[in-house]
Write a protein that binds this ligand. Structure first.
Ligand code: 5GP
Length: 214
């Protein structure tokens, strides 16, 4: 880990996958295990699912409100996904970075692309693949939160989402959630150690190299 107390640039850590590949589980595990990263809570126009909490899982808004946010430049990126709009509010991300935190984004490939265009070197993009189409379908059905038509729609979209795998810095196969999670943690640790992100190193090294005066 970088030395505590040394200034560093936060990581904008993007997790994407076709729906059902396990990304949300891994995001939750990461947020619970790592005290230096916070979730960017997206805005969406899709209806709330049972068990979801407004402000925790998403900020649920209507279409006019979403359009106003886009018009006012309040979103860092936004996209249509499954017939609904999703977007990343800018202000909380900037506040988290200013507070020296890393930010986790659970967004699709369109969001990853837009974020990268804006914030380039600060962005680390991780794509999670399911081990097989069969397993993907099984996971989507066992969720039981969407009706069968929605699941079929998502299966149909999985192919197109998977086709964007090469727009990512890291690609993981989630065969086993614990080992996939461990890989995600290793990536984050290594990315935090990049010299370019350890902005406090210059001062630290300067002090190390200052000759002792007698
Ligand atoms: P769900 O409706 O299952 O929560 O999410 C559907 C998809 O929308 C997921 O792939 C999720 O990563 C993506 N998504 C969620 N929030 C955002 C966002 O703010 N921007 C973009 N581009 N995609 C998002």
């Amino acid at each position: 880990m970088p030395l505590p107390g040394l200034d560093r640039r936060g990581v904008l850590f993007v997790l994407s996958s076709p729906s059902g590949a396990g990304k949300s589980t891994i995001a939750r595990m990461l947020l619970a295990a790592d005290k230096d990263i916070d979730l960017s809570v997206s805005v969406t126009t899709r209806p709330m699912r049972p068990g979801e909490v407004d402000g925790r899982d998403y900020h649920f808004v209507d279409v006019p409100t979403f359009k106003d946010m886009v018009g006012d430049g309040e979103l860092m990126e936004w996209a249509h996904v499954f017939d609904h709009r999703y977007g990343t509010p800018r202000a909380p991300v900037e506040a988290m970075l200013a507070a020296g935190r890393d930010v986790l984004f659970d967004i699709d490939w369109q969001g990853a692309q837009q974020l990268y265009q804006q914030a380039g070197g600060d962005v680390v993009r991780v794509f999670i693949l399911p081990p097989s189409v069969h397993e993907l379908e099984r996971r989507l059905l066992s969720r039981g939160t969407d009706d069968k038509n929605v699941v079929e729609g998502r299966m149909a979209r999985a192919n197109s989402e998977i086709s964007h795998w090469d727009g990512y810095d890291y690609v993981l196969i989630n065969d086993d959630v614990e080992s996939c999670f461990a890989q995600v943690c290793h990536i984050l640790i290594a990315e935090r150690l990049r010299r370019s992100r350890q902005t406090g190193l210059i001062g630290f090294v300067r002090k190390l190299m200052t000759p002792k005066t007698a």
